[in-house]
Design a protein around this ligand. Structure first.
Ligand code: HEC
Length: 144
């Protein structure tokens, strides 16, 4: 056997063997995320405390994150009109305003109140926000 043949055989083994091995490795062992039921689910529940504990842990992680961090994520939806640095554009400049002023105006928009002549543009934006979202956004905007 010369070197080329050997390489060919080696390659063939690899080319056919690898998918076989991969299929073997993917064999359902009762623990993959999509097929976890019955005993598997009971075990998952025991390990994690179940759905309630998992969502409680997520909520705790969210509560532990600094408000400005959370506000930064929410502000992504505002950039188009208020600018990444709060410099203004379609909407007024937000940078330089106090946390109270921002939160107050957002709450008024949320309640469908008129602040300026274009308040209608903010009503739909603010209607989506919870009071914690408003606080987080205000906490972020004052850092701009
Ligand atoms: C479609 C464009 C648009 C988007 C998106 C938008 N805004 Fe506005 N925003 C405006 C306009 C226009 C005004 C002025 C409304 C008025 O006349 O009362 C405004 C006003 C405001 C005000 C009051 C500013 C002031 O000095 O009176 C705040 C605070 C504000 N927006 C925050 C936000 C936040 C936070 C978001 C993201 C959740 C957001 N906006 C998304 C257009 C937008």
């Amino acid at each position: 056997m010369n070197g080329t043949n050997f390489a060919l055989i080696l390659f063939t083994c690899f080319a056919f063997g690898l998918p076989l091995w991969a299929m073997q490795a993917n064999d359902y062992d009762g623990r993959d995320i999509n097929g976890c039921s019955g005993e598997c689910y009971e075990q998952w529940k025991e390990e994690t405390g179940g759905v309630v504990a998992v969502s409680a842990a997520k909520a705790a992680a969210k509560a532990a994150a600094p408000p400005a961090e959370l506000g930064k994520m929410a502000y992504i939806g505002c950039v188009a009109c208020h600018g990444a640095a709060g410099e203004g554009g379609v909407g007024p400049k937000l940078a330089g305003q106090t946390m109270e002023a921002i939160a107050d105006k957002l709450t008024r928009y949320k309640n469908g109140e008129t602040v300026g002549s274009q308040s209608a543009l903010m009503w739909s934006q603010a209607s989506q926000l919870g009071s914690d979202d408003i606080e987080n956004l205000a906490a972020y905007i004052v850092t701009l």
